[in-house]
Write a protein that binds this ligand. Sequence first.
Ligand code: ATP
Ligand code: ZN
Length: 293
Amino acid sequence: MTMIKTENTTKLKLAIQKSGRLHDDSIKLLKECGIDISNGVNKLKAEAANFPIEVFFLRDDDIPQYVEDGVADIGFVGENVVFEKQKKLEITEKLGFGKCRLSIAVQRNEQYTGIQFLEGKKIATSYPVIVADFLKSNNVNAEIHEISGSVEIAPGIGLADAICDLVSSGSTLFMNGLKEAEVILQSQAVLIKNNEIDADKTILLERLLFRIQSVKKAKNNKYILLNAPNDKLQEIIGLLPGMKSPTVLPLAEEGWSSVHSVLNENEFWDIIEQLKAAGAQGILVVPIEKMII
Ligand code: ATP
Ligand code: ZN
């Protein structure tokens, strides 16, 4: 018997939101990972020309089910949806976009004194599982009224005493005469994965994750260039963490050097202030596109 060696045609099947708040950022992240599916977003499914991946466009609520069933191998979806749906799957990576919180809100004129306020009350939400969990772990008995959209109007029309819904700026709550009373979950988009993907797909997923992590790291870091008088060089270098150590190049002007390094967003302003105080001049800060370490 002769074995015909075929080319490996395994493709990773990824589910993303068809339209809505996560759609554009999902496409953008793929693009930043060098995966271009721009010519298929109006269809149900698109293939990337330059990476073995097939992208399915679905309602976000359906993505956990598709991933559990293996119709898709992986998905990009909000943690809020993942926790609500309680499917058997794995959260592999936080994606850094789609940030919001799931909060309890009450009418603005209420005296909200704490979680016990909710005892015996009626709460309208699209997240009955998460809310029930929250109430249980706080020993509060309240009635959950599940509605699928426009939750924020429920108190105003007498349907509920409180709501639990996603909040980002809080302006929707404000416009409906509500105030945020309790944050019950901080959420962002995550990569979820089917529990049983095979070895070939695991290799593809690792390649994708490597790219996602490089993009995320780059976003959290800035490249910094500055001029330092040579007599302050050691002090200035001492302030810079850098990936290894900073690059130091002599400037044409006698007695000065150019110093290049990488700074993390979290410590960025602190360090810039210290660098200025130490005598650094002409500080330039530039975004990093990818960061491989
Ligand atoms: P679909 O038609 O896919 O079901 P949807 O109306 O349920 O869409 P969107 O409003 O597009 O969903 O929100 C999708 C996800 O975006 C949310 O589940 C949440 O993870 C995230 N998100 C981020 N910020 C907000 C916000 N301010 N309000 C609602 N969702 C937000
Ligand atoms: Zn939805």
